[in-house]
Design a protein around this ligand. Structure first.
Ligand SMILES: [Zn+2]
Length: 216
């Protein structure tokens, strides 16, 4: 059993390499690397950036994080990120209520809103079908999508999913779900990079992909 003080144990590990000679920095790196998709290397880079004199003050950062945690939520109708539920897009009388754009992630709403050409509403799936990763149809909100289409009398649904294997599988699933229904179902034209994240597509490309959307 190791009875040495934590600081001594830490110094020993630091000497062996792989850890900084600062337990405080190690704690920060460990906290950051618990975030999804952030390995130790990226966490270390962010931690070092945060420690720079000219970085945002730690109190400001902590306050911003606490405020966001308390206020940010997903819209119960469309799934977009909002502070008011339902969100401003769902409640705006100037948005076309019968046109629905289906996206994978709340982040995918942003390029559409930034470009400004789309005047309908959204439905965020949250994830894409991926049988290999164990993401099946029952894990996606397809039942809620069907209810939304029914209740709002949706006349056109635009599938704006990534051109990845998962995006294709999800688009096909939705197409089969609504096959034979009185509903125009279209998908963005090619031009969105294959496997590329929709959220990072430039406005012109997105607008063109929307204009030349293809019916299923
Ligand atoms: Zn909404």
């Amino acid at each position: 059993m190791d009875h040495s003080a934590p600081a001594t144990r830490h110094a020993a590990r630091a000497r062996e390499g792989g850890e900084f000679q600062s337990p405080s920095l190690e704690r920060l790196v460990r906290a950051l690397s618990r975030l999804p998709g952030l390995g130790r290397k990226s966490a270390t880079r962010i931690a070092l950036d945060l420690l720079r004199e000219d970085a945002a003050s730690p109190h400001e950062l902590a306050a911003a994080l606490a405020e966001a945690r308390a206020n940010v939520r997903h819209c119960g109708r469309c799934g977009a990120i909002t502070e008011a539920d339902p969100c401003a897009i769902c409640t705006s009388p100037s948005r076309e209520p019968h046109q629905l754009c289906v996206v994978a992630s709340p982040v995918d709403v942003l390029p559409f809103e930034k470009a400004g050409f789309y005047r309908g509403r959204y439905f965020v799936l949250g994830r894409l079908l991926s049988p290999l990763d164990g993401v099946r149809a029952e894990d996606l909100p397809f039942a809620r999508l069907a209810t939304r289409v029914e209740q709002d009398g949706i006349g056109e649904m635009i599938l704006a999913l990534d051109a990845s294997v998962e995006g294709e599988a999800t688009s096909l699933y939705i197409q089969r779900m609504f096959h034979g229904r009185d509903l125009r179902l279209s998908r963005l034209a090619t031009g969105i990079p294959v496997g590329g994240a929709l959220a990072y597509t430039d406005e012109a490309t997105l607008h063109r992909a929307f204009q030349f959307r293809r019916d299923f």
